[in-house]
Every structure is written in structure tokens, then in C-alpha cells.
Design a protein around this ligand. Structure first.
Ligand SMILES: Nc1ncnc2c1ncn2[C@@H]1O[C@H](COP(=O)(O)OP(=O)(O)O)[C@@H](O)[C@H]1O
Ligand SMILES: [Mg+2]
Length: 285
């Protein structure tokens, strides 16, 4: 199992504790093969430790950035379908993710993808305090950049589109290094700017991604509809112009990969500890 500590100082108001506890009840009832299983919460000197199943493959972002790592289209399809299935279930249960990026997708040893890091450490504490945790800027939909309270299920779909982009660019940073965060937000809001998709992305997949990050949230598909599209592709995969497996993921434009992720810092004060059952028992009583 894995343990993540949310420090007591993250809870600014008494109400935050109440909301956190209520959220625990919702998350503990969630069961889906594509959602990292929440196991419980431990209290330690006022801090809360969130316990989940252990995902030995680590994060999708780390995997994509491993030197020499290449995905074939069948695996991209499997991962995107896994994520859509997990997100569809979350939405059916009335939970938004709000920070859907490849860093929050975890992998099993056999490359099954599961959605992680939702709910507890973000949703509760920030709603009550009237502020919000900045998700990862380049994954945020224009309506959320404009007004964070306008977050809907379709805002998660926008972030999902950016994860698709990451899968075709080996985990590049979707924020060009030449742009400041403010400049990026302005371009996304006012110019409907999006990162360029590489020519190794099949044309059909490009259209699919473009629909998922459509400027108008109402024009984006639901995860239910996305699952239908991806299932259709299992029998009739999108055609690719060049050999994706050859590893050429260059997009030929000015987007560069930054060595560091550029995101706004999260307000949430947490620490993730990943450890085996044994060391977990040793460390938490
Ligand atoms: N259940 C888990 N199994 C394995 N690794 C995990 C697990 N949960 C988190 N991690 C690792 O810790 C990182 C950060 O975890 P996350 O829950 O996203 O915390 P935060 O984003 O709040 O720092 C992940 O990207 C992953 O590398
Ligand atoms: Mg995270």
C-alpha cells in the first residue's frame, strides 16, 4: 500500500475537517479497476495519512519520460481507455478529478492505468475556504482558467485531452518554455491555443483530441461517449501516416520539452510516501 500525508496545517477551518471526513466516506465506497483503490485514513498528531493500494508501475508521466521508452498505438489505446473508464466511474459517482494529468495516472506492473490523486486533498479544503487549489495550468480548461468555480465534468475531459497529447509526445510539457503561465492562460482563453499534435498522431485521433479540448465545454464529449469511440477503435484502429513505433515524436514546431514540469504550486500541503506493507506497519501505528 501507499501512504500520503496531508498535514494538519492544510485544514484552515474546522469545516475543512468535516468536509474531509465526509469525502472519506464517498471515496471509500468507490470501487473500480481503473481507480486507485482508496483504503482509508490514519490520524497522526492531527495530520491525516491517506492510504491507497500500491501501484508498482509508478506514474504515467515518469514512465513516458523514461529514456528510450516508446509506446505502440495499441498500448496508447489501452491506456486512454483505462483512464476514460476510471473517469466515467468517478463522474457517475459525482466526483470531479480537478487535476487530471499524467502525473496523477498510476500504472500497475502490467501497464494497467488507474486514476489517482483526486478528491480528498483538493476538493474539500478549497471549496470551504472559497479559494481553490491550482491544478496543473497547461491541463486546465479555458473556463477554469477564467473562473475556477466554473469547473464541470467537461473540464476533466479537457485535461484528458492533454493526457492524450502527452501520450503522443512521450510526456513532454504541454506549456512551451517560452511562455509564462499568465501568457499561456491568455493564449488558451483568448486564442484557443493548444499544443501542436505531432504527425505521428493518427488524423482520427487528432480530431478526437480536438473535440475533447474544444474551447466550448458543451462541445466536448462525455467520458461515456469517449469510451464508445475508443471501443470502436479496438476493432478498427485509426490509421497512422508514419510509423509511430519508430519513435519519431517530433512535432516540428516551437514547443520544447522543459526539463522541469512548470505548474503553479499546489496549495495543498501533502507528502506522498510509497512503501511496502512491511515498512508501512513499521511506520504507522
Ligand atoms: N498508490 C501509489 N503507488 C505508487 N506510487 C504512488 C502512489 N501514489 C502516489 N505515488 C507516487 O507519488 C507521486 C505523487 O503522488 P500524488 O498522490 O499524485 O501526490 P501529490 O500530487 O499530492 O504530491 C505519484 O506521481 C507517484 O509517483
Ligand atoms: Mg498528484
Amino acid at each position: 500500500m501507499a501512504c500520503k500525508k496531508v498535514f494538519d496545517k492544510s485544514f484552515r477551518h474546522y469545516k475543512d475537517h468535516q468536509l474531509f471526513d465526509r469525502e472519506v466516506n464517498i471515496l471509500s465506497a468507490l470501487r473500480h479497476p481503473n481507480i486507485v483503490q482508496f483504503l482509508g485514513v490514519c490520524l497522526e498528531k492531527g495530520d491525516r495519512i491517506i492510504v491507497t493500494e500500491y501501484m508498482e508501475g509508478g506514474s504515467l508521466n515518469d514512465k513516458l519520460r523514461q529514456p528510450g521508452f516508446r509506446l505502440d498505438l495499441a498500448t496508447v489505446l489501452k491506456i486512454t481507455r483505462d483512464i476514460a473508464l476510471g473517469m466515467n466511474h468517478l463522474h457517475l459517482e459525482g466526483v470531479f478529478h480537478r487535476d487530471l494529468t499524467s502525473r496523477n495516472i498510476l500504472l500497475t506492473g502490467s501497464m494497467d492505468a488507474k486514476v489517482a490523486d483526486f478528491g480528498l486533498s483538493k476538493k474539500t479544503m478549497n471549496e470551504s475556504s472559497g479559494s481553490f487549489t491550482m491544478g496543473s495550468l497547461a491541463w486546465m480548461a479555458p473556463e477554469v482558467l477564467t473562473d475556477p468555480t466554473k469547473f464541470t465534468k467537461k473540464s476533466d475531459v479537457y485535461s484528458y485531452a492533454v493526457i492524450n497529447w502527452e501520450l503522443f509526445t512521450n510526456g513532454k510539457n504541454p506549456c512551451p518554455s517560452a511562455l509564462t503561465h499568465v501568457a499561456l492562460a491568455n493564449k488558451v482563453i483568448n486564442e484557443a491555443w493548444r499544443p501542436s499534435l505531432p504527425h505521428t498522431c493518427p488524423v482520427q485521433w487528432k480530431s478526437f483530441i480536438e473535440s475533447c479540448w474544444n474551447q466550448s465545454s458543451s462541445n466536448r464529449p462525455t467520458f461515456k461517449s469517449i469510451i464508445g469511440t475508443l471501443r470502436g477503435w479496438a476493432d478498427n484502429p485509426p490509421q497512422i501516416c508514419t510509423d509511430y513505433a519508430s519513435g519519431d515524436s517530433s512535432d516540428g514546431d516551437s514547443i520544447e520539452q522543459n526539463s522541469e514540469e512548470e505548474t503553479f504550486p499546489s496549495e495543498t500541503c501533502s507528502q506522498t510516501l510509497v512503501q511496502s506493507n512491511k515498512s508501512y506497519d513499521d511506520n504507522i501505528s
